[in-house]
Design a protein around this ligand. Structure first.
Ligand code: MTE
Ligand code: MO
Length: 535
């Protein structure tokens, strides 16, 4: 480009041109930084959007008079003005970072590092920030720095900067090296810039959708349930280290195939019942809750729960019996399965009779422990079926029930190594003492949970080393669909001891000792822990 201009002029022009290109490289690096941060925020910590966090930080630190001025000057557009100014500041800072990295290495990296530190600080100091909140800005910063170095290195080669091109080896002439530098700079800048815009805008929109659905959820007013669950006297034992009888929503295990939590607007949500039915039924959210809500206490269990594992939780759900809605559609004879589909395409196969049986409380749940379902637990509507593992029954974000046959249809996990039908294997778990946490000799409370959904737990037995099985004290069950707590007072002597547990259900069956892996239809075996007792 400078070939035909006078030498004195050339140097000047070049500085300008290289300045502009390096500024562009800086802006593209910043775009990569922000896009990666938004993408990771989507996966690990949704509140970790660097721009919004810094914006919120600025709002917090701006003195009141200035805030009032902004509101009087810009009215309700004040936030947009703030974000716009912030965006402009980011572009300017990014351009400076690029220029510095070109003319005064490594000061461009210093600017990126500073931006990383500032946005991380703004994010982690916000109230309610999750422990992983620092990950998006930090990874974003690293990617931004990497892109900056990558682009500026190519730009320097294009510019023929000493060190960037090898003027001494005639193997590749300097002009050719510079030509290659030019091409690779333009391709990398264009490619990274485009990818950053697509990924960043996409992730930001998804984050924004989540925020708006979350707001809808918080404002959702469900009707009072017609009936409530009564927690009987003695349902909860007072033992240190035992799981609470009702698992708080925040601690409830989560298992699903969704990469990002589906966001479903309850005002547009529809439930369709079709397939082998006399009449297709379609319900809105208001139709569903208008049928009247009742409360049900049900313990959910995942097929992937290992013996002694934590993929089990107990909640009080509010919902409508699935059988009432299936009855509206009228399942036809010959059907033996209901294929439920989620908004994200997940499917589960549930035996038809488990959903129509009057004695089993299979429900469409809309509330969990007194609040609308949390987004990650299926908002606005999910299935809960006592006695069946979650993957064959507990479809979250459910939108369709197809009445069909096991012969004709297959659910998500069936071709992936799991059984088409999977009743929960009743089981028991030791919560305390924990492996690796020594206890003092004397009276030690051995305690935990046991569940046999739809049947109930009759007895829990504990064995120390090779002693006799001793009956533990049980809490009063809420119902047969929920777990019970158990405790055994153990006179522990110093040393190491094996503590083992097994349950007996109300049919009189003893929990099987036989070990089974989680696939294809759930683990089995007795949990045995090695406990260290100090003198
Ligand atoms: N849409 C959808 N629903 C789903 C799943 C899923 O992957 N997608 N996983 C199921 C499995 S395997 C289990 S154990 C339960 C877990 O429900 P939770 O995450 O509310 O504990 O949801 C079930 N419902
Ligand atoms: Mo599961």
């Amino acid at each position: 480009m400078a070939k035909s201009t006078a030498p004195a002029n050339t140097a000047k022009t070049r500085r300008w041109v290289w300045g502009l290109w390096s500024a562009l490289a800086g802006v593209v690096s910043a775009a990569a930084f922000l896009a990666v941060a938004e993408l990771i925020a989507l996966l690990v910590a949704r509140e970790s959007s660097p721009i919004l966090a810094v914006g919120a930080f600025v709002i917090d630190i701006v003195p009141q008079p200035l805030k009032e001025f902004a509101i009087s000057a810009f009215g309700s557009a004040d936030k947009i003005v703030l974000l716009g100014s912030l965006g402009l500041a980011v572009v300017v800072a990014a351009a400076i970072a690029g220029i510095l990295q070109f003319f005064a290495r490594p000061f461009g990296l210093v600017v990126i590092g500073l931006a990383g530190v500032l946005s991380t600080a703004a994010i982690v100091t916000r109230t309610g920030a999750s422990p992983l909140a620092f990950v998006p800005p930090v990874v974003g910063m690293l990617v931004g720095a990497f892109v900056l170095v990558l682009l500026i290195t190519r730009l320097r080669r294009w510019a023929g900067e000493p060190g960037a091109v090898d003027a001494d080896t005639p193997a590749t002439p300097v002009a050719e090296q510079r030509g290659l530098g030019r091409r690779s700079f333009l391709i990398a800048t264009g490619g990274v810039g485009l990818a950053a815009v697509v990924v960043g805008v996409g992730a930001r929109l998804l984050n924004a959708t989540t925020a708006s659905i979350d707001a809808l959820r918080r404002e959702l007013a469900l009707p009072e349930p017609r009936s409530t669950v009564t927690i009987p006297e003695g349902a909860e034992l007072d033992v240190e280290g035992i799981s609470p009888l009702i698992t708080p929503n925040a601690d409830f295990y989560r298992v699903d195939t969704a990469l990002t939590v589906p966001t479903v607007d309850p005002t547009t949500w529809r439930l369709v019942i079709d397939g082998m039915v006399d009449q297709r039924v379609e319900l809105s959210f208001d139709d569903l809750v208008g049928m009247g809500l009742d409360e049900y206490a049900v313990t959910l269990t995942c097929v992937s729960n290992e013996v002694g594992g934590g993929l089990v939780g107990n909640a009080i759900w509010q919902g409508v019996p699935i059988r009432d809605i299936l009855r509206m559609a009228g399942p036809q004879s010959g059907a033996d399965m209901v294929l439920s589909t989620s908004v994200d395409g997940y499917t589960a196969s549930t035996p038809l009779d488990a959903l129509t049986d009057d004695s089993r409380d299979a429900i469409f749940a809309v509330a969990m422990n007194g609040e609308p379902l949390p987004l990650e637990h299926g908002f606005p509507v999910r299935m809960v079926v006592p006695g069946l593992y979650g993957y064959v029954s507990a479809t979250k974000w459910v939108t369709e029930l197809k009445v069909t046959t096991f012969e004709a249809d297959e659910a998500y996990w069936t071709p992936r190594g799991y059984a088409a039908e999977a009743p929960i294997k009743f089981s028991s778990r030791i919560d305390t003492p924990r492996v690796g946490t020594p206890v003092a000799a004397g009276t030690v409370a051995v305690a935990g949970m046991a569940w046999a959904q739809t049947v109930g737990i009759e007895r829990v037995e504990v064995r120390i080393d090779d002693g006799d099985w001793q009956a533990a004290t049980l809490s009063t069950p809420i119902n047969a669909d929920t777990w019970v707590q158990w405790v055994l007072e153990w006179q522990a002597e110093a040393g190491t001891h094996y503590v083992e547990v097994r349950a007996v259900n109300k049919n009189g069956d003893t929990q099987t000792e036989e070990r089974a892996p989680i696939a294809p239809d759930g683990s089995s075996g007795w949990q045995r822990v090695l406990v260290t007792v100090s003198a």
